[in-house]
Ligand binder design. Structure first.
Ligand code: F6R
Length: 624
C-alpha cells in the first residue's frame, strides 16, 4: 500500500526520493509525489521562538497520479532539493487525483506531510480547522495533519508534531518537514511501519527498507508511539511524552540484487523460479537428523509448553491463509493436533474463544497486514500465545509476537505471492514435524519425513523445467472468462491458491472449490467455455477426484489436470495434463502449486496484464 521515503544529507534529495519511490512501487499505488526543501540565504534574525536562523527557505511540492515515471516527467531535471520526503499513495479517502496525492501542505505552505494509514476522526478535526479559517485543498484525511501541526508550531517542529499527534485516532506512519528547518525530518509511527536508515553523514526514513537499501543497510525499526527526528548527523527517538527511547541498529542481511529483476522480465517470474533456493533457505539449519525432528529456536517456548499444545490456530489472509490451511491439515493428520486456519479479518470481530492450551500462528509474508495484526492483538489481549511466521525481518507482526519462525524467502516484490507461500509451507511442515515427534511419530517415520522434505527443492526445480509446456497450456485457455480450480484434502487449499493467483494477475474470474463440493452448486457453471483445473495427486483421494473429473467431462467442460508424472489414467481423462515428479503425497502442495503459479503467470502475460502490479492490489495491506 502507500509508501514513504525521506532524505536528509549532503546529496541532492530529489533523485534519492525518486529512486526510493521507484523501489516502493511494488507495494501498489495510484499516485506519487515529493516535497523538497529549497534552502534560501541565512539570516541574522531567527524565525519563531526556537526556530533555526534561516530565511527564504521554501518547500516545493510536485505530485502526480499514475506511475513514478509520470511524476519523474514533471519534476524539473535540475531541482536540487536539500532535504525532502516522498510518497506513493493507494487511495482510501478521496479519489485518485493530483490534489489528493501526498505530500500535503498546511495552509501556510511551510509544513509538508506524507502519511500512511487512516486518520479515522479526520472529519471533526477538519470541521474544527475550517471554522478557524483553514481552507483545504484535498478530500483526504491526511490534510488535517499538517494543519494541526501548524496550529501548535511555535518554532519547535518536533514539539508541534507531538502535540498534534494527541488528536489523531486511527493509524499513521508520517514524515514531516518544515521550510524553516532545513535538513530535518520528524517521523512518527502508530500502526504503520517506519524505519530509519542510518548512513554516513546522511539519514533516511522510509516505510520499508527496500526504499533505502541502495544507500544504507543499517536500520532502526520504530515502534508504535515513537517519534524520531533525523538530521544528517544522526537521529533521536522519543516517546510522545518526550521520554528518550534507546533503539537497536539492525543490519539488513539481503542484497540489492534480491530486489532487482536481473534477466527476468517480471519479478513474479523471478520469484517463482527462485523457489528451489527459497524453500531450501527456509529449511536450512532447522533439521535435526539425530532426533529426527526440527529445531525452531525462535519459537521461544520450552519443551513442556510445546508438548502441552492442545490446539493450533493459524491467523492469516489471502495466500498466507492458504498456506495456513495446508499447515493445519498436515498438523491434524501427522501430529494429531486439532488445527484450523482462520481468516484474520473474520476472527478479529468474532469474539474468539482463546483456550489455555491453544497456540496461535500469525502467518504473514509482509508481517504488516492490518487484518492479521489486529486479530493477533485481539488474541494476545485474551491471553493467547501468538507466534509469527513472517518473511519480512523486523516487521510488526514478527516483533509483536512472542516468538516465531522467519521464512527467509528474501524480498518478495511481485504483488502476487509465490515464493513466500512455499516457504511458509516449509516453516509449517517443520513445526508439524517437531510436534509429531513430541507425540507419537516414530524416529523412522520422522526420518522419512525429513528425507521427503529435503527432496522438495529438487522436485520443485524439476517442475520448473516444465515451463514451456505450462506456457502452452496457459495460452490455449487464456481467453476463457471463468475458471474452476478443484482439489481435495491438502489439494483443496492449493486449488484455492491457484484460483487466487489466476484472478489477481490475469483478472480472469476463477473459483477454487473442494472437488467434492462441485455437485452442490458450482457444477452448474460447467460448459465448454469454462475450463476446470484439477489438482490430482496419487494419494488416497485420487479415485474420488477422478470421479469428479469425469463429472465435468460428461458435461462438456474442458479439464486441465495437474497430476503425477506417468499417471496415464488422469492424463487420458484430461484435455491437458501436466505431471509433477512422483513423491510422498504429503509434500505435493509444494510441487503442485508451482504449475498453477506458472499457468496464472502465462495467462496474465498472454493478456498483456501488468503482472507485478495488478490493478487495485497492494503488496502490504496495512488498512482493514
Ligand atoms: C496474494 C497475496 C495476498 C496476501 C495477503 C496477506 O497473492 O499476496 O493475498 O497473501 O494480502 O499478505 P501477508 O502475507 O503479507 O500478510
Amino acid at each position: 500500500m502507500c509508501g514513504i521515503v525521506g532524505y536528509v544529507g549532503p546529496r541532492r534529495a530529489t533523485p534519492i526520493l525518486l529512486e526510493g519511490l521507484k523501489r516502493l512501487e511494488y507495494r501498489g499505488y495510484d499516485s506519487a509525489g515529493i516535497a523538497v526543501g529549497l534552502a534560501g540565504s541565512a539570516s541574522e534574525e531567527g524565525g519563531a521562538k526556537g526556530a533555526p536562523k534561516a530565511s527564504g527557505n521554501r518547500l516545493q511540492v510536485i505530485k502526480k497520479i499514475g506511475k513514478i515515471a509520470a511524476l519523474r516527467a514533471v519534476v524539473p531535471k535540475d531541482l536540487p532539493g536539500d532535504w525532502g520526503i516522498g510518497h506513493t499513495r493507494w487511495a482510501t479517502h478521496g479519489g485518485v487525483t493530483d490534489a489528493n496525492a501526498h505530500p500535503h501542505l498546511d495552509a501556510s505552505g511551510k509544513i509538508a506531510v506524507v502519511h500512511n494509514g487512516i486518520i479515522e476522526n479526520y472529519r471533526p478535526l477538519r470541521e474544527m480547522l475550517e471554522k478557524d479559517g483553514v481552507r483545504f485543498a484535498s478530500e483526504t484525511d491526511t490534510e488535517v495533519i499538517p494543519n494541526l501541526i501548524a496550529r501548535y508550531y511555535e518554532g519547535d517542529l518536533e514539539a508541534a508534531v507531538k502535540a498534534a499527534l494527541g488528536h489523531f485516532e486511527g493509524t499513521y506512519g508520517i514524515a514531516v518537514i518544515h521550510a524553516d528547518h532545513p535538513g530535518l525530518i520528524v517521523g512518527a509511527r502508530n500502526g504503520s511501519p517506519l524505519v530509519v536508515g542510518v548512513g554516513e553523514g546522511e539519514m533516511l526514513l522510509a516505510s520499508d527498507v527496500t526504499a533505502m537499501i541502495s544507500h544504507t543497510r543499517q536500520v532502526v525499526y520504530l515502534n508504535d508511539g515513537e517519534v524520531v527526528v533525523i538530521e544528517p548527523s544522526g537521529y533521536r527517538t522519543t516517546g510522545r511524552d518526550d521520554r528518550p527511547v534507546d533503539k537497536k541498529v539492525d543490519q539488513v542481511t539481503w542484497e540489492l540484487n534480491n530486489i532487482e529483476k536481473g534477466d527476468y522480465p517480471c519479478y513474479m517470474e523471478k520469484e517463482i523460479f527462485e523457489q528451489p533456493e527459497s524453500i531450501a533457505r527456509a529449511l536450512s539449519g532447522r533439521i535435526d537428523r539425530e532426533t529426527a525432528s526440527a529445531k525452531l529456536g525462535g519459537l521461544n517456548l520450552d519443551k513442556r509448553r510445546l508438548r502441552e499444545v492442545g490446539r493450533v490456530h493459524v491467523i492469516a489472509a489471502g495466500t498466507s491463509w492458504h498456506a495456513g490451511l495446508v499447515g493445519a491439515g498436515l498438523l491434524e493428520s501427522l501430529a494429531r493436533i486439532p488445527a484450523s486456519a482462520e481468516l484474520a479479518s473474520e476472527l478479529r470481530y468474532r469474539n474468539p474463544v482463546v483456550e489455555k492450551d491453544s497456540l496461535w500462528f500469525a502467518v504473514s509474508q509482509s508481517g504488516e497486514t492490518a487484518d492479521t495484526l489486529y486479530a493477533m492483538r485481539e488474541i494476545q489481549r485474551k491471553g493467547g500465545t501468538v507466534l509469527g511466521v513472517c518473511n519480512v525481518v523486523g516487521s510488526t507482526i514478527a516483533r509483536e509476537s512472542e516468538g516465531g519462525v522467519y521464512v527467509h524467502s528474501g524480498p518478495e516484490i511481485a504483488v502476487a505471492s509465490t515464493k513466500a507461500f512455499t516457504s511458509q509451507l516449509a516453516a509449517l511442515y517443520l513445526f508439524t514435524l517437531q510436534q509429531a515427534r513430541m507425540r507419537d511419530l516414530s524416529m523412522e517415520e520422522g526420518l522419512r519425513f525429513i528425507e521427503a522434505l529435503e527432496a522438495v527443492p529438487g522436485a520443485v526445480k524439476k517442475v520448473l523445467g516444465g515451463r514451456d509446456e505450462l506456457q502452452r497450456i496457459a495460452k490455449k485457455y487464456s481467453h476463457a472468462t471463468d475458471f474452476l480450480f478443484l482439489g481435495r484434502g491438502l489439494m483443496y487449499p492449493i486449488a484455492l491458491e491457484g484460483a487466487l493467483k489466476l484472478k489477481e494477475i490475469s483478472y480472469i474470474h476463477a473459483e477454487g472449490y473442494a472437488s467434492g463440493e462441485i455437485k452442490h452448486g458450482p457444477i452448474a457453471l460447467v460448459s465448454p467455455e469454462v475450463p476446470s483445473v484439477f489438482v490430482v495427486p496419487d494419494d488416497g483421494l485420487r479415485e474420488k477426484t477422478i470421479s469428479n473429473m469425469r463429472e465435468i467431462k460428461a458435461r462438456g467442460g474442458p479439464v486441465i489436470a495437474i497430476g503425477v508424472e506417468g499417471d496415464g489414467e488422469v492424463a487420458s481423462i484430461a484435455d491437458d495434463f501436466f505431471g509433477v515428479p512422483k513423491g510422498d503425497p504429503r509434500f505435493y502442495p509444494f510441487t503442485m502449486i508451482v504449475p498453477l503459479q506458472l499457468i496464472a503467470y502465462f495467462c496474465a502475460l498472454e493478456l498483456g496484464r501488468d503482472v507485478d502490479q495488478p490493478r487495485n492490489l497492494a503488496k502490504s495491506v496495512t488498512v482493514e
